[in-house]
Design a protein around this ligand. Structure first.
Ligand code: PMP
Length: 283
């Protein structure tokens, strides 16, 4: 079965799915995106992803390309026609197609594409043995809460991690505090308390992050939304990272320094189990 994507009103074979060369997303990164996990054919945290899409678009004054109902119908259609069991729906909305000019075009309809990607279960090795991260300066702009397709510092940061044999780079602000990963939120555990940076313009409000906060509170796990420095991260008992693509992964080394016993910690494993249960991935 060939993979099917959605491009501006049409379901189309993925290999033929193209957009216009004057799409402003292509020329100016003038657009936003969402990545929505699908677990056992079910959308995970769909409403929260739609809320974030709406707020990113509104921050850039781009119109919603269709109602939530229509967007949800397209997602369901892509899940069905691609036979997607576990994977990711990618949504991108740009300000549309117009002759290249920095100012907003007067009469342009926002452009919408969606793709469906099937993913394998998270590798047992990563879950059981954890991953390494490195730290890098945060080079991004002052509105990282907008899920903009302008991802150059994130791309460079991830590549640097890979070249250092790490899984992710944690970005660090001018005060020496960790903001977030290049495509993940960052967490540590110290003296039994889970810490993650509060929401604000310096980080993307991760949907996985939000669900974990809710689940931790519900399960009586001590948690504080509080920034932590790189020095504090080195001294942490445990660390982990979160995103829609990987859910939760234990972090066992930061800049090659072992965190705790350099094994996934007890609280991390607990939250991982609670979250996987919530998503419906525990058999
Ligand atoms: N921060 C950044 C910079 C990201 O790109 C992502 C993933 N899109 C996240 C955090 C995690 O967000 P979510 O849990 O919604 O995938």
């Amino acid at each position: 079965m060939s993979k099917i994507s959605y491009v501006n009103g049409r379901y189309i074979a993925h290999r033929h799915a193209v957009v216009h060369i004057e799409d402003r997303g292509y020329q100016f990164a003038d657009g936003v995106y969402e990545v929505i996990p699908i677990a056992k054919e079910r959308i995970v945290d769909g409403d929260a992803h739609m809320d974030r899409l709406e707020s990113s678009l509104s921050a850039l004054r781009i119109a919603m390309p269709a109602s939530r109902t229509v967007l949800n119908t397209i997602i369901q259609e892509l899940i069905a026609i691609n036979g997607l069991k576990n994977g990711l729906i990618y949504i991108q909305v740009t300000r549309g197609v117009a002759p290249r000019d920095h100012k907003f075009p007067r009469l342009t309809k926002s452009a919408l594409i969606m793709t469906a990607k099937s993913t394998k279960p998270i590798a047992r090795d990563l879950l059981e043995n954890g991953v390494s991260v490195i730290t890098i300066p945060d080079l991004r702009w002052k509105r990282c809460d907008i899920k903009s397709v302008s991802l150059l510092p994130n791309v460079l940061g991830k590549q640097k991690a890979i070249e250092h044999g790490a899984f992710e780079s944690w970005q660090v602000d001018a005060d020496g505090n960790v903001t977030e990963g290049t495509s993940t939120n960052a967490w540590i555990v110290k003296d039994g308390v889970i810490l993650t940076r509060p929401r604000g313009p310096e980080i993307l409000g991760g949907i996985t992050r939000e669900s974990i906060i809710t689940l931790a509170i519900k399960n009586g796990l001590p948690l504080r939304e509080q920034a932590f420095s790189v020095a504090e991260a080195y001294e942490a008992d445990e660390a982990f990272l979160t995103s829609s693509g990987n859910y939760i992964l234990p972090v066992i080394r930061i800049d090659e320094k072992p965190i705790g016993s350099a094994r996934p910690g007890r609280i991390t494993q607990n939250i991982l189990k609670i979250y996987r249960e919530y998503v419906g991935l525990l058999d």
